[in-house]
Design a protein around this ligand. Structure first.
Ligand code: PLP
Length: 420
């Protein structure tokens, strides 16, 4: 069956034909046959240079040979035990050694579980209920945070099934807006347990914090007995060895991870100061548990991945990011289009919008219809990116300069058509 036929078949058995909403683009998503390095092949015989990279985990590209070797060794010894392993200590030490705020770690199965648990911990610790998030940030698919959410939720109506009683405790303000946040905290300060923030907003495209914004978050949370949670599910082990907190030199109280930490296998984690983390069960009374927590296969893949991610790795990768963003900006300039290239490190996006983008409110004014034309044209030109203006594109070390040159030509061809 080809992708079109598979999608028709799939819709009979899986809601919307997919297992996660962003995958269902029109007229039909391609079904994957295999992937290797920077490339992904569909069942229809097409090859794409992959800048979606599974929405972020694959910083080492598809099928990294060292990860395959280490995972293979692990699966010969079992896939899940319901008992601890030495490798969990090894991976925890690797996280603690790299990430400034991490003194202890709990491994879970996804970014969603990580943010849900970190929020519960902040509430348990402060004995307060309210949390603040930034509009357009995406912290996973659980009830506490599906309020003014980014990523797939940005393109769909608000979810049914979430009791108002749950979300009345979730307040949101625009990212990069110090005044709005100060006013909110002044009104509610005795009730706010945590601020959760994506240090770089990767679920509305790619928006960096204004200079001083993360420092401001650190100060205002410290002053008001509020826990600062950096959601580094995207930025963790992507922006630098220590993630966004090292890149911007701001240390939160708690951090959440997913994606890269599992080397392409399912994982999540939250980590932070000992005093807080000791409150997690069984050492403390904030409950958190999971059959697959610290899964041996994911942990083996995570160790294998982090072992490869040293400073020189990021230097090389970030150079590729700079090269690609510069080439795209030059293309946009030469074509005289009112668009802008954004991003940093190995993250990039083109906003179909000429005005500065500081937050979701700005990003929403982008021309999403033209973006979708651009996305489809890119596929015709052999490049795959997430099918939404409100996602970020990624680069892996498996992308070579030849790939990137092809991508720039594909972008040029696609922009010419999308902008007409
Ligand atoms: N937090 C951020 C910043 C994310 O980008 C995501 C997923 O894209 C999540 C949390 C949720 O992670 P998961 O999809 O692993 O549940």
């Amino acid at each position: 069956m080809n992708s079109k036929e598979l999608f028709k078949e799939s819709k009979k058995y899986l809601p919307g034909g997919v297992d996660s909403p962003v995958r269902a683009f029109k007229p039909n998503p391609f079904f994957v046959e295999r992937a290797k390095g920077s490339k992904i092949w569909d069942v229809d015989g097409n090859l794409y240079i992959d800048h979606c990279l599974a929405y972020g985990p694959l910083i080492l590209g598809h099928c990294n040979s060292k990860i395959i070797e280490d995972v293979y060794k692990q699966i010969q010894n079992g896939s899940s035990y319901g008992a601890p392993t030495e490798n969990e200590i090894t991976l925890a030490k690797m996280v603690i050694g790299r990430v400034p705020c991490a003194e202890m770690v709990r491994f879970v199965n996804s970014g969603t579980e990580a943010t849900m648990s970190a929020i519960r911990l902040a509430r348990g610790y402060t004995q307060k209920n309210k949390i603040i998030k930034f509009s357009g940030s995406y912290h996973g698919a659980h009830d506490y945070v599906l309020v003014k959410s980014g990523s797939g939720a940005a393109t769909l109506p608000d979810s049914l099934g979430i009791p108002e009683d749950t979300t009345k405790n979730t307040l949101s303000v625009p990212f990069n807006d110090q005044t709005a946040l100060s006013n909110l905290i002044a009104r509610e300060k005795d009730e706010i347990a945590a601020i959760i923030v994506e240090p770089v907003m990767g679920n509305i495209g790619c928006v960096e914090p204004k200079e001083g914004f993360l420092e401001f978050l650190r100060e205002i949370t410290e002053k008001n007995n509020i826990i600062l949670i950096f959601d580094e599910v995207i930025t963790g082990f992507r922006l630098s060895v220590g993630g966004a907190q090292t890149h911007y030199s701001v240390t939160p109280d708690l951090v959440t991870f997913g994606k890269i930490l599992g080397g392409g296998y399912p994982i999540g984690a939250f980590a932070g100061k000992r005093e807080l983390m000791e409150m997690i069960a069984p050492s403390g009374s904030v409950y958190q548990a999971g059959t697959f927590n610290g899964n041996p296969v994911s942990v083996a893949a995570g160790i294998s991945a982090l072992n490869q991610l040293d400073h020189s790795f990021y230097n090389e990768l970030n150079k590729k990011g700079d090269y690609l963003r510069n080439q795209i900006s030059e293309t946009i300039y030469n074509l005289d289009l009112n668009l802008q290239t954004v991003g940093l490190s190995s993250m990039f996006q083109i906003y179909f919008n000429e005005n500065p983008i500081l937050n979701y409110e700005d990003a929403k004014k982008s021309d999403t219809e033209k973006f979708l034309v651009y996305f489809r044209e890119l596929m015709k030109n052999g490049v795959f990116i997430p099918p939404s203006q409100f996602e970020c594109n990624f680069i892996s070390n498996a992308h070579n300069y030849e790939d990137l040159e092809k991508v720039v030509i594909a972008i040029e061809n696609s922009l010419k058509i999308a902008w007409n």
